[in-house]
Design a protein around this ligand. Structure first.
Ligand SMILES: CC(C)(COP(=O)(O)OP(=O)(O)OC[C@H]1O[C@@H](n2cnc3c(N)ncnc32)[C@H](O)[C@@H]1OP(=O)(O)O)[C@@H](O)C(=O)NCCC(=O)NCCS
Length: 319
């Protein structure tokens, strides 16, 4: 009892001098003229049950280390939730590593994403005529220029609408600024880990876009779009495109890790899960299906009831 009283007594609280301010979805806490806490809201739409769903991303959640555990982040996030309801968002999404408890306490729920790691050889389908039809090329910012961009947006949106969670990228500016930068235009601190992008061409026409990040154990697919209706279903296009990329780097085979929903699961695939993406329903009546739990809403396929996890969030779109 004594220790309980002592703990309560010693508990740090937000100082009366701390002021909370907001501007255009950015919330800050200021103490004695010093910035001590921030939360930023990002206006987005995500694909969910094949519908565009108005979603608020939460990022830049940070409290000055001398001001932690006084409820500053909690207060900023509560203000941010009021902002979301007042501004007609259906859902909120965020990504976290260590601060999960903070968000759970405020109603966000982690929703599992499934990944597969597959060993892919460089010479897959090399004897058929697939290699003559499909070409994979490393690319740079030219892919975001006018003549390609419209096609790229179609390829992306027609691929991503099949899953639940991907950001709807309907503004050219988002592609030219955010996607380009996040896909390797800006070098990372560790140069080797800077994302690399590839375009896929079928009979000379742009049909796909892949962004990869090289790691020590495996190459991670940060995003994947492909329209390959004209190619026979007997070929697994994920395997083929990734095997062509192996060839580029002179490797006989490579481990690739990618979101499970982009390919049929194979016998030797290694499965892994990620629970760092969290959602919160802000306005149930604005959801495509307003009776489901967040997990059901995001994981199931809106088009049929297969028990497959359809939750995808391309790394490129993290905020
Ligand atoms: C995470 C962070 C923003 C929390 O800020 P804060 O102002 O200290 O958080 P609050 O005081 O509002 O915490 C509210 C509740 O969240 C949980 N929480 C906050 N920090 C936590 C921690 N380090 N470990 C476990 N739970 C934590 C607790 O339940 C806490 O309630 P309690 O203090 O009554 O136990 C801050 O530690 C920080 O800036 N960390 C570095 C950046 C970062 O990790 N940001 C999050 C990115 S997703």
């Amino acid at each position: 009892m004594l220790s309980e009283i002592r703990r309560t007594h010693l508990r740090k609280v937000i100082s009366k001098d701390t002021i909370f301010r907001t501007r255009g979805g950015i919330f800050v806490a200021v103490d004695d003229g010093e910035l001590v806490g921030t939360v930023r809201n990002f206006t987005r739409k995500i694909y969910c049950c094949s519908c565009e769903t108005r979603t608020c991303g939460v990022g830049e959640v940070s409290t000055h280390e001398n001001f932690r555990r006084r409820g500053i982040a909690k207060t900023l996030l509560e203000k941010s939730c009021s902002y979301m309801s007042e501004n007609g968002f259906a859902l909120s999404v965020l990504h976290t590593g260590t601060a999960r408890k903070l968000y759970e306490g405020l109603g966000w729920t982690p929703v599992t994403r499934l990944f597969l790691t597959r060993r892919i050889p460089f010479d897959l389908y090399s004897t058929g005529d697939l290699a003559a039809q499909v070409e994979v090329r490393p690319c740079h910012s030219e892919i975001f220029e006018e003549n390609y961009l419209r096609k790229l947006m179609t390829v992306y949106n027609r691929t991503s609408i099949k899953y639940n969670g991907p950001i709807v990228r309907d503004h050219e500016e988002y592609w030219k600024n955010w996607v380009d930068n996040e896909s390797g235009k800006i070098s990372w601190h560790d140069e080797k880990r800077t994302p690399r992008k590839f375009s896929v061409h079928i009979r000379g026409n742009l049909a796909g876009f892949v962004v990869l990040q090289f790691g020590s154990e495996s190459i991670r697919v940060r995003e994947w779009s492909l329209l390959a209706d004209q190619v026979s279903k007997e070929f697994d296009m994920v395997d083929f495109v990734l095997s062509q990329i192996c060839k580029f780097y002179g490797e006989r085979e490579q481990n690739f890790t990618f979101p499970a929903p982009i390919s049929d699961i194979k016998e030797h695939d290694v499965h892994s899960t990620d629970n760092t993406t969290m959602y919160k329903v802000i306005c149930p009546s604005l959801l495509p299906k307003n009776t489901l739990s967040v997990s059901d809403l995001i994981c199931k396929n809106g088009l049929n009831d297969q028990m497959m996890n359809y939750h995808v969030f391309w790394d490129t779109d993290r905020f």
